[in-house]
Write a protein that binds this ligand. Structure first.
Ligand code: XMP
Length: 510
């Protein structure tokens, strides 16, 4: 099967490139930019992509590639920094631009014989760069430009080497997929052979190689990711997997009992249910900082996993449903982005973890995990449920988590979800949930003054959780939700609607 190597120069979009290539039907994997040439030669990928990155090619110690990579006869596409490093190494000139170009531009197509075949003129492209290619390397042609960038697309048909200054992998570049497809199929001559089924086979083998004859425990959070991770690990090692579903006291109403039943009966997983709500809530007493909450919860989960593992015997591995956005937002080691928050299954883990991790979904985005879940036989309703964060309702109660506040948010959340489902909105949204604020406001109910809490409604649409738009819900629906919450939930007298996109907000409030 053809495969594409994406060499990572530190862009926050690197995994997105790999994912778009998989979406186009070709297997793709990300490697560090300095992957040894010998490995490239032995594995002989059908094409190589050089990703973007935050550096300047002239900065000291900026990441680079050897000239030899361009002589292997493997088609190469450089994106943003990838284009610049390619031009630099091949004898072109890169210079800082007078104006940093960040955001939308329009591409003027100069030549449609190669990479830009079928690309319409003046299409929108997404730019994010300081430097640009000033002189193209010998043998290269400029096939596309924007008003601020003369060499926005360069190519050498003879060498099968191409470069684009814009980001074809992001949704804002309207013909980006077409550019990638031109590179893969027309230029590199690759075949569409990749399907989720092949991913399952490859992962099952990888898990068997990693785990050998040992045992694995896997935490189930109640969401899709951890279930799909458990199912794929189960496929690989059968009953050497034990799943642990912890009631941390921070789940939705009725979630623990319902899910425990369905994990055991529907999926025939070996699941231990642990009620640890007391110990979680005790450790969260008087804690206000969102990051501290996340760390405490992450640590407590691990303590329980260790305690349960000891009962089973020797268990060196912990399975986790970490997906790619969790990794990038918790540990952006190389990228230009800073740490956003510690997603509990990655950034919230203690440093001296006694388990080795098995994370079969680490390269995937949510919709890929959903597709994988369907392949593994998980029913539609479960697959389509909204993501629920590992730290649960703790990050939806701003300020201290108390039993009284948990009760309020559970009831408000249940009403919201009921109404969203009734209005047939649930499947159109990435997430819909309520947030409880640590403030009180004055109201009047039945001629009496009230002084009670504020609930926020958060309804967002998103493709992958990395960016999101607030959803402009119909006012009748909003008004029904608001009056039901104020009338039915004790202690709440005001409901507000969050109209913040991500960025600048995040989806969860903490
Ligand atoms: P944010 O709030 O970072 O959320 O914009 C992006 C997506 O990730 C979910 N989320 C988490 N998922 N563990 C998870 O498994 C976590 O700690 C966590 N924190 C946020 C969030 O619900 C949204 O879908």
């Amino acid at each position: 099967m053809d495969k594409v190597f994406v060499l990572d120069f530190g862009s926050q979009y690197t995994q997105l490139i790999a994912r778009k290539i998989r979406e186009l039907g070709v297997y793709s994997e990300v490697f560090p930019f300095n992957l040894p040439l010998s490995r490239i030669k032995t594995e002989n990928p059908g094409a190589i992509i050089l990703s973007g990155g935050p550096q300047s090619v002239y900065a000291p110690e900026s990441p680079t590639v050897s000239e030899e990579i361009f002589q292997l006869g493997i088609p190469i596409l450089g994106i943003c920094y990838g284009l610049q490093i390619m031009a630099h190494v091949l004898g072109g000139k890169v210079k800082p631009s007078k104006k940093r170009e960040y955001g939308f531009a329009h591409l003027d197509v100069k030549d449609r014989k190669g990479l830009l075949s079928g690309i319409k003129d003046r299409g929108q492209v997404w730019m994010s760069h300081g430097d640009k290619v000033h002189d193209v390397p010998p043998g290269f042609l400029i096939s596309g430009r924007t008003s601020n960038c003369r060499a926005a697309v360069i190519e050498s048909q003879k060498m099968k080497i191409f470069g684009v200054q814009f980001h074809p992998e992001v949704i804002h570049t309207t013909q980006g997929l077409r550019v990638l497809a031109n590179f893969l199929f027309r230029q590199a001559g690759l075949k569409k052979e990749w399907k989720m089924g092949s991913f399952i086979q490859a992962k099952v083998q990888e898990i068997r190689d990693q785990v050998g004859k040992e045992r694995v425990i896997c935490g189930l959070s109640g969401g899709v990711d951890s279930l799909v991770a458990s199912l794929i690990i189960h496929k690989a090692i059968k009953d050497r997997l034990t799943c642990i579903f912890v009631d941390n006291g921070l789940l939705r109403k009725g979630q623990f009992q319902e899910l425990l039943k369905s994990f055991r009966h529907q999926f025939s997983l070996n699941v231990i249910g642990v009620d640890a709500s007391e110990s979680f809530l005790e450790r969260l007493e008087r804690v206000i900082s969102p990051e501290r909450k996340r760390k405490i919860i992450g640590k407590e989960f691990i303590r329980i996993f260790e305690q349960e593992a000891k009962k089973i015997g020797k268990v060196p591995f912990l399975g986790q449903g970490t997906i790619y956005p969790d990794v990038i937002e918790s540990n952006p080691v190389k990228g230009p982005s800073s740490k956003i928050k510690s997603h509990h299954n990655v950034g919230g883990l203690p440093k001296n973890l006694s388990f080795r991790l098995v994370e079969p979904l680490k390269e995937l985005f949510k919709d890929e995990v959903r597709e994988l879940g369907r392949e593994l036989g998980v029913e539609k309703d479960f697959i389509l449920q909204h993501p629920f964060p590992g730290p649960g309702l703790a990050v939806r109660i701003v300020g201290e988590v108390t039993r009284e506040r948990l009760k309020i948010i559970r009831e408000a959340d249940e009403i919201l979800i009921q109404e969203i489902k009734k209005a047939r909105l649930y499947n159109k949204l990435w997430q819909a949930f309520t947030v409880l604020l640590p403030v009180k406001s004055v109201g009047v109910m039945g001629d009496r003054r009230t002084y009670q809490r504020v609930v926020v409604l958060r309804l967002v649409r998103s493709v992958d959780g990395m960016t999101a738009d607030w959803y402009p819900a119909n006012t009748d629906v909003l008004s029904r939700i608001s009056s039901r919450i104020v009338n039915e939930v004790d202690g709440v007298n005001r409901v507000v609607y969050d109209i913040t996109a991500k960025p600048p907000g995040t989806i969860e409030w903490e």
